[in-house]
Design a protein around this ligand. Structure first.
Ligand code: HEC
Length: 346
């Protein structure tokens, strides 16, 4: 049942005797997801490459080089993956292991070249490209050939269906990792980790594991592999644990704040390190309007937004963006002390 209606769905191993008059092709979903994702990749990351894609603390490359590397990496990923799928390896259980190792290598490469956040997005875009490549170059051509053979009554090459099925299964495993990457932007604690690629690899393995269990359950085979779900969930919980911000013992942390910090001190830091971007008239060379509408024009603005400041400046240290304005650890500590002392307006 779907959307309050009953549907009748039937799967044929090869083609049915009669091809239905109206045949729904499941392909536009894939194409439009990829197109919208890539439009956003260009608008957000490539058109603002110097601030969004490149982090000079990771690798100081030109925006053009960054975009070139990004786009080329998708082509390379497809060629490697498609090449592997054409070997006998695709039928071996080792394929998954090798695939995972290669994916991790990509995650590592991205994390060594781009800002951590852009590295995550590239990893997702890379998997998304493989998915849509599978639909475009293998699954749909195979389906067209199958329909043609069925309408003409010519014998069907069973390998076509098998190839399409294998690629479709890979896509099935890619879905949850790609979904995670799509929302990862909102979780700085994941990409701000010192080993962002390892977190990405662990989440990929964990979410693909959950997908594996769902697949087994659909085939009623979970009793032979009961460990799959707990193992996948344990891995994901492990990621939650290692990316969690360090538990602040607030008594001892407050003790480290020897002097009382006032709003005027914090305001000075913010005026020096933040308002280049976060003001109603930014002076930054890239951000001509305040990012996310966040402005710190007055001390009241700072007080109102103190919780988010704590998250981004003290806990995850993902602000100032790529530390463009070179905030110091002492300044971060002063902000932390002020917030822990109650974020007073004095
Ligand atoms: C070079 C420009 C730049 C500077 C300097 C900068 N930011 Fe940001 N800030 C951004 C961008 C871009 C975003 C939106 C993307 C994101 O959330 O990472 C953002 C988002 C934020 C957010 C999240 C807002 C929300 O609604 O989710 C906070 C909080 C923040 N910045 C605080 C600060 C503080 C505090 C400073 C100074 C210590 C600072 N930023 C300096 C560019 C900057």
């Amino acid at each position: 049942m779907h959307g309050g209606g009953f549907y009748y769905l039937e799967k044929y191993k090869s083609a049915p005797k009669v091809i239905p008059k109206s045949l729904h092709w499941f392909k536009y979903e894939a194409y439009f997801t990829w197109l919208s994702g890539f439009s956003l990749l260009f608008v957000v990351y490539y058109f603002n490459a110097s601030s969004m894609l490149i982090d000079p603390r990771v690798l100081d490359i030109s925006p053009l080089a960054g975009v070139g590397i990004g786009v080329a990496s998708f082509v390379v990923a497809w060629l490697v993956y498609d090449g592997l799928c054409r070997t006998a390896l695709v039928r071996s259980p080792w394929f998954k292991v090798i695939g995972f190792v290669i994916a991790t290598a990509f995650a590592y490469f991205y994390a060594e070249v781009f800002s951590a956040r852009a590295a995550y997005i590239h990893f997702g875009a890379m998997l998304g490209t493989l998915m849509v490549g599978n639909v475009f170059f293998t699954i749909i051509p195979a389906q067209k050939a199958m329909v043609k053979a069925a309408t003409e009554g010519t014998p069907l090459d069973p390998q076509l269906g098998k190839n399409a099925l294998a690629r479709s299964l890979h896509n099935n495993y890619f879905t949850l990792p790609v979904l995670f990457v799509m929302v990862s932007n909102h979780f700085p604690s994941t990409f701000s980790h010192s080993y962002p690629w390892a977190i990405l690899a662990a989440i990929t393995l964990g979410t693909a594991g959950v997908k594996h269990w769902l697949n087994l359950r659909e085939k009623h085979q979970t009793d032979t592999a009961v460990w799959v779900l707990p193992a996948a969930v344990a891995l994901l919980l492990g990621v939650v644990f290692v990316t969690a911000p360090p538990a602040q013992d607030s008594a001892s942390a407050a003790a480290a704040c020897t002097q009382e910090v006032g709003i005027s001190q914090v305001n000075l830091i913010v005026q020096k390190r933040c308002i280049q971007c976060h003001s109603s008239k930014p002076t930054d060379d890239v951000f001509k309007s305040p990012p996310n509408g966040v402005v710190y024009d007055t001390p009241e603005d700072i007080i109102r937004l103190k919780d988010k400041i704590m998250q981004r400046v003290v806990v995850t240290k993902t602000m100032p963006q790529n530390n463009k304005t070179q905030i110091t650890q002492e300044e971060r500590d002063l902000i932390r002390c002020w917030i822990e002392q109650g974020a007073l307006n004095k």
